[in-house]
Design a protein around this ligand. Structure first.
Ligand SMILES: Cc1cc2nc3c(=O)[nH]c(=O)nc-3n(C[C@H](O)[C@H](O)[C@H](O)COP(=O)(O)OP(=O)(O)OC[C@H]3O[C@@H](n4cnc5c(N)ncnc54)[C@H](O)[C@@H]3O)c2cc1C
Length: 308
């Protein structure tokens, strides 16, 4: 219930205005977001990449005008040029939401998103790194996988994201488990109907294990995006059973979540990548993070009452 309400609030303009104006918001947001400028984000990246790798997300989604979509592409090209210039590109890739580069534009959205994503992939290739396409709600999956297939024709290392809460995902894992296919598996962060998604947490977890088994046994490169200690342990065992060494898959976690565990896995010799969001358009991302953990909401609500 609370999760559903928070995810709905994450798409409401009225709630956005209230949350953005609350005096304590900035402090809480800072836990999850590495800064509003490129310079701030690069500072966080320099610190993280001493023992981990990163994927950077220039925040923004559901863009409804073409100029904003172009501005997002420019932000990514600037970011990639800076990663190359500073020598960070070897340990940093980027994550892109197709709705931030035009997928929802009223005319030719998919084509515009593909063209824009292609420009970002070309800039990433020039910088010596890769792009992963984030996955949004279930209505976006077919379009996103279509764009992915088109991008992979020219940039075969473009990464995909699959969500274990969707009933279709085992089949998608099979389709995307071929040689060289980089696939990030996560549980899924949107509010999805029973008709397309498992709503029960245990079912989502069981689906995650089935999907991960397919990816680990396949010929691609699995990216295990979860903070869940049980799934992290299971990932290690599935990798071993499939004869994969530490270089043959990676763990991924979000900036600001389970930092000590991130460092522990890195110290054990596992590949550990941190998803680092930055920019001013943090609202949707932040609300999904609140929705993931009831304790976050209590903390945020207490701060609003005591200081607001
Ligand atoms: C690198 C990365 C990329 C992602 N990309 C996408 C994407 O493209 N599309 C998509 O739909 N989802 C994406 N997600 C989000 C994902 O779908 C889940 O919503 C999120 O990761 C929580 O699931 P979990 O596997 O960590 O398990 P959970 O059972 O939710 O969490 C396990 C434990 O992790 C900690 N934890 C988890 N989330 C938080 C939080 N927000 N704040 C504090 N502690 C927390 C808690 O200790 C919790 O008990 C991504 C996640 C990661 C790590």
């Amino acid at each position: 219930m609370l999760r559903t309400a928070l995810l709905a609030a994450g798409r409401s303009r009225a709630c956005r205005a209230v949350v953005e104006r609350a005096p304590v918001t900035r402090e809480v947001v800072a836990r999850y977001v590495a800064g509003s400028t490129l310079e701030e984000a690069l500072g966080a990246v320099a610190a993280l990449t001493t023992d981990r790798e990163v994927t950077l997300d220039h925040l923004g989604e559901d863009v409804t005008d073409a100029a904003q979509a172009r501005a997002t592409v420019d932000a990514y090209t600037r970011l990639l040029a800076e990663l190359a210039r500073t020598g960070l590109a070897a340990r940093a890739e980027v994550s892109v939401k197709l709705s931030a580069v035009g997928r929802l534009l009223p005319r030719d959205g998919d084509k515009i998103a593909l063209d824009n994503a292609r420009r970002i992939c070309a800039a990433a290739a020039e910088a010596g790194t890769t792009v992963t396409l984030d996955m949004e709600d279930h209505t976006a999956v077919d379009a996103t996988l279509g764009v992915l297939a088109a991008l992979r024709a020219d940039f075969p290392d473009t990464g995909a994201v699959l969500q274990s809460y969707l009933r279709r995902t085992e089949a998608d894992c099979r389709d995307l488990s071929g040689a060289g296919s980089r696939v990030r598996l996560c549980k899924g962060a949107y509010d999805e109907p029973e008709s397309v998604a498992y709503r029960d947490r245990a079912e989502v977890d069981r689906s995650y294990v089935r999907c991960l088994r397919i990816l680990m046994r396949g010929a691609g490169y699995p990216m295990v995006a979860s903070h869940d200690p049980r799934l992290i342990a299971i990932a290690g065992r599935l990798a071993e059973d499939a004869g994969r060494g530490p270089a043959d898959y990676e763990h991924q976690m979000l900036y600001g979540v389970r930092d000590r565990e991130q460092r522990r896995l890195a110290a054990e010799g596992r590949r550990m990548r941190v998803y680092v969001p930055y920019g001013d358009e943090w609202y949707g991302y932040f609300m999904r993070r609140l929705a993931e953990r009831p304790a976050n909401v209590a903390f945020f609500a207490r701060s609003l009452v005591s200081r607001g």
